[in-house]
Write a protein that binds this ligand. Structure first.
Ligand SMILES: Cc1cc2nc3c(=O)[nH]c(=O)nc-3n(C[C@H](O)[C@H](O)[C@H](O)COP(=O)(O)OP(=O)(O)OC[C@H]3O[C@@H](n4cnc5c(N)ncnc54)[C@H](O)[C@@H]3O)c2cc1C
Length: 358
């Protein structure tokens, strides 16, 4: 039996953040991750500027700065008809998630977190006892950082009984060869029933995500058809001249927006996507994952009120995401909103601030 003060399940940004911060405070921390890193992760690979103060706090900023990446200059939004809205913002970056997550896991290891890679948690009993195929663990605090299909939420009784929100969207993501002339703006293009995001992540590759309703997912195995029926219809995307052959098979994620789970119970906490997921459009998921993890670490080490802190975090930022979510899937409303933003710079600045500023 392995014993820890804190056992974290999941080695994404949420899990490594809470583990690193607690280990730096002198607690004995174990982290169980079912994959071996580096591993691929469905994500748009865009880092919100709000992540950097947390990277600094973790002591990981220099390492992340040295990873291959692109410093982005702006976000460009277009509707299917081709109307365009540009939000200049120098603080955004694009970094492959496989590299980012591996760097954060290494940082956790370097401050003494004991990491069990390639082990899947399957059993959790109150007290807290946790089991994988190879190990039995006992822990005072249990942290579920195991993503949108959280087993820990189920086993600790923190899971919401209702799971899905409307529309019932699915995401597909892969890397593609980047056309040499492609610039460093993240592009978000709306189409009927969804949107796609495209960003260059290094010298040779771009990341492409497609979010569409589940009915559109019939194309899953047929990349060419999925592209033809959705994003190639957008003239701005066609102009990029991307060879529609992914460098690895398309990966998918579903559901995208979940009903929030309970944040905590007796000595058990949920962080990141295990707690709640939002529309990926705003590129805030990694920030929310790390910020909720930071709050959980503060709760465990200093006794802050986790539920109140989570409610405060999501009240304003969550509302902005909800508003954008309403527009993403409504072409006409999105066109009107985008032309209003183009004419009222103060409104555009406010919205960008809600998503990108701390
Ligand atoms: C299409 C799409 C695009 C996105 N684009 C962006 C973006 O550009 N920028 C952004 O900031 N966010 C983006 N997000 C959101 C972001 O990817 C997530 O919010 C973020 O990964 C959440 O981090 P996490 O640590 O909570 O969970 P995850 O990153 O999902 O990590 C959970 C970990 O737990 C492990 N695990 C799960 N179950 C078990 C188990 N039983 N035992 C052991 N280990 C387990 C998994 O292997 C995984 O490594 C996007 C999401 C989607 C779907």
């Amino acid at each position: 039996m392995e014993r820890f003060d804190i056992l974290v399940v999941g080695g994404g940004p949420a899990g490594t953040t809470v583990a690193t911060l607690c280990a730096k405070r002198g607690l004995a921390v174990g982290l169980i991750e079912r994959r071996r890193f580096p591993r691929h992760k469905v994500c748009g690979d865009v880092l919100n500027p709000n992540c950097w103060p947390i990277f600094e706090r973790l002591g990981a900023a220099d390492c992340i700065n040295s990873l291959p990446q692109r410093r982005l200059t702006a976000a460009v939004f277009t509707t299917q008809g081709g109307s365009t809205l540009t939000v200049d913002h120098p603080g955004l970056r694009a970094i492959s998630r496989s590299l980012l997550d591996a760097a954060l896991l290494n940082r956790a290891r370097s401050v003494g977190v004991v990491i069990f890679e390639g082990e899947v948690v399957h059993g959790v009993t109150p007290g807290w006892r946790v089991s994988t195929a190879h190990h039995e663990f006992a822990t005072r605090y249990l942290v579920g950082a195991d993503g949108r299909h959280s087993l820990i939420a189920q086993k600790t009784g923190l899971a919401s009984p209702r799971k899905r929100r409307r529309p019932n969207s699915v995401a597909f993501q892969a890397h593609f060869a980047a056309p040499p002339a492609m610039d460093d703006r993240v592009q978000l293009h709306l189409f009927s029933g969804g949107y796609c995001g495209i960003v260059r992540i290094d010298e040779t590759r771009l990341n492409l995500c497609i979010v569409t309703d589940l009915d559109g997912a019939g194309h899953r195995g047929d990349c060419e058809r999925l592209f033809a029926d959705t994003i190639w219809r957008n003239p701005q995307v066609r102009a990029l001249d991307i060879a529609p052959v992914p460098l690895e098979p398309l990966q998918s994620a579903h559901p995208l927006r979940t009903i929030p789970n309970k944040a905590c119970g007796r000595d058990a906490y949920l962080v990141g996507d295990a707690l709640r997921t939002y529309e990926p459009f705003t590129g805030q998921g990694i920030f929310f994952a790390m910020r909720t993890a930071q709050l959980a670490a503060q709760t465990i080490c200093e006794g802050v009120d986790y539920t109140a802190a989570i409610d405060a975090l999501y009240s304003e930022r969550g509302r902005t995401n909800d508003l954008l979510h309403q527009l993403m899937y409504r072409q006409r409303a999105a066109s009107v909103f985008s032309s209003v933003l183009a004419r009222v710079p103060a409104l555009k600045r406010w919205l960008a601030g809600m998503v990108l500023s701390s």
